[in-house]
Design a protein around this ligand. Sequence first.
Ligand code: AHM
Ligand code: MG
Length: 336
Amino acid sequence: MSQKNQTLGEFIIENQTSFKYSSGELSRLINSIRLAAKVVNYEVNKAGLVDILGTAGQINTQGESQQKLDVYAHEKFITMLTNRNIVCGIASEEEEDFMVINSADQKHQNKYVVLIDPLDGSSNIDVNVSVGTIFSIYRRVTPVGAAVTIDDFLQKGTRQVAAGYIIYGTSTMLVYPTGHGVNGFTLNPAIGTFYLSHPNMKFPKKGSIYSVNEGNYIHFPQGIKDYIKHCQKEEDERPYTSRYIGSLVSDFHRNMIKGGIYLYPQSSTYPKGKLRLLYECNPMAFIAEQANGKASDGFHRILDIKPHSLHQRIPFICGSASMVADVENFMKVAAN
Ligand code: AHM
Ligand code: MG
């Protein structure tokens, strides 16, 4: 029985059987993400010291040249997943192509592929605003024993076996669903242990927060403009509150706790939307649905969209179920 203050390590062991395909492999995978998260957290938290201790391009005390944090996070997650021999393939927002993972004694025996956005919202780091890591896990569709192919990565979001995010905020949290609700674990940085702090997280059905970059308003589709105007009208329980951090994980996290909606529609700069279906939208949609929320491109359920390319972008609307349903209605009316 999961209980508050249980450590993430204890929780993983106890809940191993609650995954769709119960196997020690998946638990080991979550374990290595947990470890990489701690390493990246350490680096993110001292980001402000970079200008004091040395600038990018310089050689640090270990003789390594300093890198941008998103590249650093990418390398840490890849190393952690590769060294432990638990995945057969990885795709990262930081790399053009997917990676085939195999070691001489492994012979492509592993079953899982991981897709990762190692540091989402990294443009916020310079100004000390929360950023996050997003991950998504699928079972391969090609036979075990051969190298993975693009088909293993281009799966519908419904086929995810696990997904989650790490938020590097005022405290660092790892949030992931197990099939029995979404659980949030907070890192105690003094001893480097994640503890279950937010069991069974749920989006309130309705919310009063809308999160959107209103600077793009003029370019939004009519249905989104109508929805935003609807939020601003002083009727019933409205007006709503506008809160936009510009960091998906942070906006999502707040909206899940307080009730709200995140919108990144198509605009003139991003005619297909900005966010990536595989690295950002699918995992967040998976978490949202397991937390009673909803995720849509304005017309269709995100998890039902068949991806056609690794870095595909789509419009993304995600949050409290009744708010996302309202947006879909506005989109439908405007399209007719
Ligand atoms: P990134 O993957 O380059 O970090 O971009 C994704 C981020 C999201 O976290 C955030 O919600 C959005 O981009 C903000 O975009 P904008 O600055 O256009 O509002
Ligand atoms: Mg991103």
